[in-house]
Design a protein around this ligand. Structure first.
Ligand SMILES: Nc1ncnc2c1ncn2[C@@H]1O[C@H](COP(=O)(O)OP(=O)(O)OP(=O)(O)O)[C@@H](O)[C@H]1O
Ligand SMILES: O=P(O)(O)O[C@H]1[C@H](O)[C@H](O)[C@H](OP(=O)(O)O)[C@@H](OP(=O)(O)O)[C@@H]1O
Length: 294
């Protein structure tokens, strides 16, 4: 598709003819973190323009678009995007609503990894043991013990809707702290992993791996001495980059690329969308190459 009219971008830079128009529907916070001016300039040089979608007007009256890029929730918006996708099959919707339902829930989002069989690879890819707490049950410690969960535990909001609240995670050192949490949430075994996490971004065949600082290991005596519950939101965000850190090679060794390529391909196939998966080496595991996705 070609857009008529002026080419725009940095002064005097060669601009490719407009090739793609991306209509975006993002929260203000997401627009600020995603559509950085430098990124928009680079896209423009590549012939890609970003146009804000007015969610208060019919989507079909706007555009024309080649791509719809959105990260809004709510049934009304999802219905609008689904209808638009059906009436405009030539427009790519990122991501298709039915492909992102899995990742709105911290239990279902890992199910695709649990079902994977990558045993032919050197090492294994697993997920931490976890259980979903839907209401304030006094029997949680017994239920958790049956599920093989031991303290310390990580408590995470069950639903992931992009809100700050959905990133409010807690580290639990004792069972009595459970009463301070508001169901529904996921209780996940805390896995020592040397305080370094690998974040793998995958779009199509492209894979990018970054290292991030993470929670430090919890020792047995800490577990005995430290009571209570500790919040730790966004501990491994972009600001916690460990890419240039001088790290113990054992901890910083990147997961084998063939494994990441196969995992990303499998997840892309199952989720029908791009993926961000976080791994870390499980230092308590039988084998250093035991990767955990969380
Ligand atoms: N089971 C676990 N064992 C040890 N550390 C964990 C576990 N689960 C999460 N963490 C730590 O908590 C951090 C955040 O976990 P998670 O990615 O589940 O939450 P999040 O809010 O979605 O994070 P983000 O938005 O950065 O992806 C991880 O980067 C890791 O440092
Ligand atoms: O480590 P990054 O910056 O990639 O972490 C992302 C995170 O993976 C999610 O994409 C967050 O989006 P939401 O789930 O919608 O909150 C990003 O949050 P944002 O507020 O920065 O858009 C994290 O940056």
């Amino acid at each position: 598709m070609r857009l008529k009219g002026e080419q725009f971008g940095a002064e005097g830079e060669e601009e490719e003819e407009q090739k793609l128009v991306v209509g975006y529907a993002l929260t203000l916070k997401k627009k600020k973190s995603f559509l950085q001016p430098e990124f928009e300039r680079l896209a423009c040089k590549r012939g890609i323009s970003f146009v804000a979608i007015d969610v208060n007007r019919p989507l079909s009256d706007q555009g024309p678009f080649d791509i719809i890029l959105h990260k809004l929730s709510g049934k009304e918006w999802i219905d609008i995007v689904e209808d638009y996708g059906q009436t405009h099959p030539e427009v790519a919707v990122i991501d298709p609503p039915d492909a992102i339902q899995h990742v709105y829930n911290r239990h279902s989002m890992l199910q695709n990894v649990v079902d994977l069989n990558l045993s032919e690879f050197d090492g294994r890819v697993c997920v931490p043991r976890q259980m979903v707490i839907m209401k304030d049950q006094l029997s949680i410690p017994d239920e958790a013990a049956k599920a093989g969960l031991k303290l310390p535990l990580v408590a995470k909001p069950l639903l992931v809707d992009g809100s700050a609240k959905s990133h409010e995670l807690f580290l639990l050192y004792d069972w009595s702290s459970l009463s301070k949490l508001e169901p529904p949430f996921v209780l996940q075994e805390f896995v020592n992993h040397g305080g370094i996490l690998f974040k793998i971004y995958n779009v199509g065949d492209a894979i990018k791996v970054v290292r991030r600082y993470s929670l430090p290991n919890v020792t047995k005596c800490q577990l005995a001495d430290v009571p209570g519950i500790f919040p730790f939101p966004r501990v491994s965000s972009a600001a916690a980059s460990a890419d240039d850190a001088d790290l113990d090679p054992d901890i910083a060794e990147l997961p084998p690329l063939p494994l990441l390529e196969r995992l990303s391909k499998e997840l892309r196939h199952r989720l029908a969308r791009s993926s961000i998966v976080q791994y870390r080496y499980d230092q308590g595991a039988w084998d250093k190459r035991h990767l955990l996705c969380n």
